[in-house]
Design a protein around this ligand. Structure first.
Ligand code: MG
Length: 385
C-alpha cells in the first residue's frame, strides 16, 4: 500500500484527495494536517487512522487532542508539527495542499525524508523553487503537479522527454471579473470575488483568480516545474476552463489537455502517475460545447499579471515579495480591510521598495516575507491617517 501524508486535509484539495483515497482503498494515510477546522479533522482521523494529525493553531490542537484521546493518532501543532507530519511518518508521497508559503519548510522536510511530492501549494515553488528543485535532485524525489494547468502541461509532456518546449500556453478562465475595467472593479468586495465561474476552490486561491495573481503565480510555478523561462510562457484566457493548458514544441505542434473543470482528475493523476484510473464524473460533450473560445489577457485592468512577469524576470527574492505582498493583502481584503485594487497596488509598491537578494537562502526568503509584511503594515497605517 502506498503511504500518503496529506497536508491541508480539510480544504478543497484535501477533501477531494480523501474522496479518491476512500474510493480506491489502496492508499494508507500516515498524516493529516489542518489549519483550524478540527471538527472535520476529527472525522478524518476516525475514518483514515493517521499516525499523526497536525493543527496549526496550538489552542485548537489542544481541543482536538482531548476529542481524539480514544484513538491512536498523535496530535501535534504549529510549524514544527507540520514539518514532522511531512517528514516523520515514512510516507512515500506527501501531498501538500496548504495555503501560502508556509508550505516551504514541510515540502523540504518531505523531500529530505525521501518522499515524492504531489504539489498543490504553488507558493512554495514561487518563493523557494531553487531550493526545492535542488533538494529534489539530491534526494531523487519526483514533484508531481496537482495544479490543474501544470498537471495538463505535465500530461502533454509524457512521451516527449528530450523534446524541447518552444512555448507553454497556460490557460486561464479570466476569473469572476473578466471583461471589467479597473473602475468597475474598485468597489468589489470579497463576496463578489469569491464567485468563481468554473472552479470551486478555497478562498485564497479564488481571490487570487479574481486579480489574476493566481495566473502570475502559476507562470512562476510552471517556469520552475518545466524549466522554461517565464518569457516563453504565454497566458491565454479560455473562459470555459475546458482546455487546461497546452505545450507548443519546436516543430510547431501544439498538444493540449482537455476535460471538465474537475480537480479530482489532476489529483488522481498525481497520486497514481503514470497510471490512469477510472474516475466518475461528467464527461465533455463536444456537440454540446460547439466552440472553445480564447482571448488575450487584459493586463491594463489586471496589472498583477504583468507584475508577476516582472518578478519572474528579476528572480532571486523578488517572487517572494510578489507572493508575500499578495498573501498579506488577500488576508486583509477577505476581512474587508482594504479594497480590491489595493491588492495589486500593494504588490507593486512592495516590489518597488525591495532590493533583490540573489540566490536567497531559506532564511533570506522568510526575512523577505517579514520585511514585506512590515512595509505593508506601515503603508496601510499611513493610508488610514
Ligand atoms: Mg491552477
Amino acid at each position: 500500500m502506498k503511504k500518503l501524508a496529506l497536508l491541508g486535509s480539510t480544504g478543497s484539495i484535501g477533501t477531494q484527495t480523501l474522496d479518491i483515497v476512500r474510493s480506491n482503498k489502496d492508499i494508507k494515510i500516515t498524516a493529516l494536517s489542518a489549519n483550524n477546522n478540527i471538527g472535520l479533522l476529527e472525522k478524518q482521523i476516525r475514518e483514515f487512522h493517521p499516525e499523526i494529525a497536525c493543527v496549526m493553531s496550538k489552542s485548537a490542537a489542544g481541543d482536538l487532542k482531548t476529542a481524539v484521546a480514544d484513538t491512536d493518532t498523535k496530535v501535534i501543532s504549529g510549524m514544527e508539527g507540520l514539518v514532522a507530519a511531512a517528514g516523520d511518518t515514512g510516507a512515500d508521497m506527501v501531498l501538500t495542499a496548504v495555503v501560502g508559503m508556509v508550505g516551504i519548510r514541510p515540502t523540504l522536510a518531505a523531500i529530505e525524508a525521501g518522499a515524492d511530492i504531489a504539489l498543490a501549494n504553488k507558493e512554495t515553488l514561487v518563493t523557494a523553487g531553487h531550493l526545492v528543485k535542488k533538494a529534489a535532485a539530491e534526494n531523487a524525489a519526483s514533484i508531481l503537479p496537482v495544479d490543474s494547468e501544470h498537471s495538463a502541461i505535465f500530461q502533454c509532456l509524457v512521451g516527449n522527454e528530450g523534446n524541447k518546449i518552444d512555448k507553454i500556453l497556460l490557460t486561464c478562465s479570466g476569473g469572476p471579473f473578466r471583461g471589467l475595467t479597473k473602475d468597475q472593479m474598485k468597489d468589489k468586495k470579497a463576496a463578489d470575488a469569491l464567485k468563481h465561474p468554473n472552479w470551486s476552490m478555497g478562498n485564497k486561491i479564488t481571490i487570487d483568480s479574481s486579480t489574476l495573481v493566481n495566473k502570475g503565480l502559476e507562470v512562476m510555478e510552471a517556469s520552475w516545474l518545466f524549466d522554461v523561462p517565464a518569457g516563453n510562457i504565454q497566458v491565454v484566457i479560455q473562459p470555459g476552463s475546458i482546455v487546461h493548458s497546452m505545450v507548443q514544441f519546436e516543430d510547431g505542434a501544439v498538444l493540449g489537455q482537455l476535460g471538465t473543470p474537475d480537480m479530482k482528475i489532476p489529483i488522481q493523476y498525481a497520486l497514481y502517475y503514470p497510471e490512469r484510473r477510472k474516475l466518475g464524473g461528467k464527461r465533455l460533450d463536444f456537440y454540446d460545447l460547439s466552440e472553445i473560445r480564447f482571448e488575450k489577457p487584459d493586463t491594463e485592468s489586471f496589472p498583477a499579471l504583468g507584475l508577476a512577469y516582472d518578478a519572474a524576470r528579476s528572480g532571486g527574492s523578488m517572487p517572494t515579495v510578489f507572493n508575500a505582498a499578495n498573501e498579506w493583502s488577500v488576508a486583509r481584503f477577505l476581512k474587508n480591510e482594504i479594497g480590491f485594487l489595493d491588492i495589486a497596488d500593494n504588490i507593486a509598491a512592495a516590489m518597488q521598495a525591495h532590493r533583490v537578494i540573489r540566490d536567497p537562502s531559506l532564511y533570506d526568503i522568510l526575512e523577505t516575507e517579514a520585511e514585506v509584511y512590515r512595509f505593508l503594515e506601515e503603508r496601510h497605517q499611513d493610508q488610514k491617517i
